[in-house]
Design a protein around this ligand. Sequence first.
Ligand SMILES: *Cc1c(COP(=O)(O)O)cnc(C)c1O
Length: 351
Amino acid sequence: MSRFWSPIVHKLEPYVPGEQPKIANLIKLNTNENPYGPSPKVLDVLKQGINDDLRLYPDPNSSKLKKTIADYYHVNTEQIFVGNGSDEVLAHIFNALFQHDAPLLFPDISYSFYPVYCQLYQIDYQTIPLTQQFEIDINDYQQKNGGIIFPNPNAPTGRLLTLSAIKQLLQNNTESVVVIDEAYIDFGGETAISLVKQYPNLLVTQTLSKSRSLANLRIGFAIGHTDLIEALVRVKDSFNSYPMSNLAISAGIAAFNDQDYFEETCQKIINSRDELEQALIALGFEVLPSSANFVFTRHPHHDAEELAAALRQQGIIVRHFQKTRIKQFLRVTIGTLEQNQQLIQALKTVI
Ligand SMILES: *Cc1c(COP(=O)(O)O)cnc(C)c1O
C-alpha cells in the first residue's frame, strides 16, 4: 500500500497464477502445460529468427500469423485478432466488448481470471452456479446481461458443452457478446468457430499455450465478426501496438503448419487422460468427465488439500483451489504416461 497508488490499484485483487517452482525433477501437473515440447519445426524457425532483425519492431498487425490462422479455420483474416497470450486477448475483450448496463454472466466455477478483469475494467458481474454435476446449463443464462463468457471445455471442471447447446444459447442471447474461451478445445471438443458466420455477437478465443505447447511464447487469438475484431484492434492500438514478436509470429505459423505433430501429441494426451481416469477411479476417486488436458477429481475419504500436500512431499504438484464448492477437488494436468504412473504410485502410498 502506498499513497502514490491510484484508487483502482488499492482495490485490485490480482490473479494468482499456478506456481512455477525452480525445483529439479519435479512432476509438474499444476498449470496445464503440455508434457510434450513444441513441434521440432517450431524450434527450427525460432533458431532462424535469432538474427539482426531483432533490432526492428515486428509487424504491428501480425498479418502472416493472422493469415495462417484464417486459412486454418476457413475464415477471413479480418475476422482474426491475435495477442500476447489469450489472457491479453481476454483482457481486451473485457475492455472493448462487454456492456456496463447489465452484469456480465459467467459460471460460479470457471476461469478465475474473469472476476479479476471485471475489477480492472469496472464491470459488474453475476456468477451462475453450475448444476449439481458441475455442468453449464444454458437455460440459466436467460436474463438481461452485459455479455456472457465461459471456457469450453470449462476450467477447472473439464466438462464440455455441445455445439448445439452453444447454438441454443446464441439463439436466446442476441443483444450482447458471447465469448467462448476454447483454451482446451483441441483435447476432444468441437470448436464454435463454425457458428461465427451466423452469429455476429459470437467471439471464440483460443491459445497456443496448451494444445500447441507454446505457453512460454504467449500466443492467443480471437475469431469473430469483423466489427468485434475492429473493437479489439482499437483497444490494442491504444495499449501496445506490438504485442507479438517476430519469434512468436513465426513460431505460431510453424505450429499451425505441423498438423501431424499437433494431432499426434493431442492424441497421446487424450489416451493418457483416459488411462489416468481409469487408474484414479480404481483408487476410489470420483473423476468428472474431461475433454481437456486435465482431470478434476475428488476422493470421498481423503481431504484434497492434504492429498496435494502429500503429493508435493513426493515431488508432484497438482492444483488445489480454496473455493467452497470445489475445495475437495484436485485439478491434475495430464502428463506423459510415465508421469501419470508416478502420480498413481505416489497416491497409492497415501491412500
Ligand atoms: C490457460 C488458459 C487461458 C490463457 O492462456 P494463455 O494463452 O496462455 O494466456 C485462458 N483461458 C483459460 C480457461 C485457460 O485455462
